[in-house]
Design a protein around this ligand. Structure first.
Ligand SMILES: Nc1ncnc2c1ncn2[C@@H]1O[C@H](COP(=O)(O)OP(=O)(O)OP(=O)(O)O)[C@@H](O)[C@H]1O
Ligand SMILES: [Mg+2]
Length: 385
């Protein structure tokens, strides 16, 4: 993913792994990067205008520096795509550039939009060129036949899911009629219904419960609780010689958040292969350090079914036998500008020589992106830490 002039990012080119852990201190720009990817999905699902409005407007998205605001931002993805017409995945690119409307008539303009799909028969350049003034993305409007390569590209991008779980929402009594195929909402909406749906697949539900017991001491599992047409959650805990069920009001924040993250990773749409990517903000929040490493295994496991990106600042999360340097993208704020990259050579060598584990490297403050040590491109600025 290439991101230019979006929030704190000036220019980042990041290769994402099946599992990517964006690690960095507060305000380094982890959420901004994830949000850039989310913007692509939102802009295609609704429109760039709505996606920007939901984020406080274009002005908040354009990179600002003491020299002023950027004239536009640009997002570009390279991805692999499974097409119904071919057995092997093909590579594709898609991206756009957005800036303000100088006349002020519309909230923003799409200044450029481009995409291509490398079909076995040759490269298909998508006819997305911007003609005149437009605040819409042409990829959204181009889907005529749902099997057409560009429609597959568009729906794959729209199907990315992003989570910022909220325990109040996870705890809610859900009164709304169930969506046809319940999927977990961005803050954890429909947790009960998703668990109910998942229980139809015994293996999937067992796996979720097993991870929950590893994450939360004495927890045995989490289930949907139906109360008439309402749905919510309850959890089973080991108590003395027995098992006790606790209702939503008495569930701890950590239990709810663990259940939400696990449900996001194993919800039916993910198991069915319909979600190409899941982004989760700080999944370790409210979890006990001793259990949080089990979360890493759950993330790694899920990354065999969908691409997973998480933001984190926890060293404890990394304390897992499943943690790999290749999963990590270190994020740093250098003079107000976000830098994202693989762990730099110094950090890699410390881990490879066995001097520190990955979590110790992070804890010691020596986990830096490859980039941060390079001299700034523009003269005048110092390289901060
Ligand atoms: N348009 C912008 N131009 C420049 N910087 C921006 C812009 N919008 C946001 N920022 C900066 O981005 C930073 C916040 O980045 P972000 O929310 O991604 O941090 P984070 O790494 O997720 O931190 P946390 O761990 O606290 O969640 C803030 O310092 C903010 O000033
Ligand atoms: Mg953040």
């Amino acid at each position: 993913m290439r991101v230019k002039h979006y929030r704190s990012i000036v220019d980042c080119d990041v290769i994402l792994s099946p599992l990517t852990v964006l690690l960095g201190f507060n305000a380094s720009g982890k959420s901004n990067f994830l949000d850039a990817l989310h913007f692509v999905a939102d802009a295609l699902e609704t429109s760039p205008v709505q996606a920007a409005a939901g984020r406080g407007g274009l002005e908040t998205l354009l990179h600002r520096s003491p020299e002023g605001a950027a004239a536009s931002f640009e997002l570009r993805l390279e991805l692999s795509l499974g097409l119904p017409q071919s057995d092997d995945a093909v590579t594709a690119t898609y991206g756009f550039k957005i800036g303000p409307d100088p006349t002020g008539e519309v909230p923003l303009l799409v200044l450029r939009e481009a995409g291509s799909i490398n079909l076995p028969s040759g490269t298909l350049r998508l006819p997305l060129g911007v003609h005149g003034r437009s605040s819409r993305l042409r990829l959204s409007a181009s889907a005529i036949d749902e099997d057409a390569p560009q429609a597959v590209l568009e729906s794959a991008l729209r199907a990315m899911r992003f989570y910022e779980l909220d325990s109040t929402v996870l705890r809610e009594l859900d009164e709304k009629p169930p969506p046809r195929q319940p999927s977990l909402g961005p803050a954890g909406e429909y947790l009960g219904r998703v668990l109910g749906e998942l229980a139809k697949d015994a293996l999937g539900k067992e796996r979720l419960d097993a991870y929950l017991s590893a994450l939360v001491p004495d927890a045995l599992g989490v289930d949907e609780r139906r109360e008439g047409r309402y749905s919510t959650v309850q959890a089973r805990f080991r108590t003395g010689d027995g098992v006790e069920t606790f209702l939503r009001e008495s569930l701890s924040e950590g239990t709810l958040r663990a259940a939400g993250t696990l449900a996001a990773l194993s919800q039916p749409a993910v198991l069915a292969g319909r979600v190409p990517l899941i982004g989760v903000e700080e999944p370790e929040t409210a979890l006990h350090p001793a259990g949080v490493n089990a979360l890493y295994e759950a993330l790694d496991d899920a990354s065999t079914r969908t691409q997973v990106i998480v933001t984190s600042q926890s060293s404890d999360l990394l304390d897992s036998e499943y943690t790999r340097l290749e999963h990590i993208r270190a994020v740093a704020n250098v003079d107000g500008v976000t830098r994202i990259g693989p762990v730099d050579a110094a950090g890699r060598s410390i881990v490879e020589k066995g001097l520190m584990s990955i979590s110790e490297l992070h804890r010691s403050g020596q986990m830096r992106p490859e980039w941060a040590d390079q001299a700034p491109r523009q003269p005048g600025g110092g390289v901060g830490r």
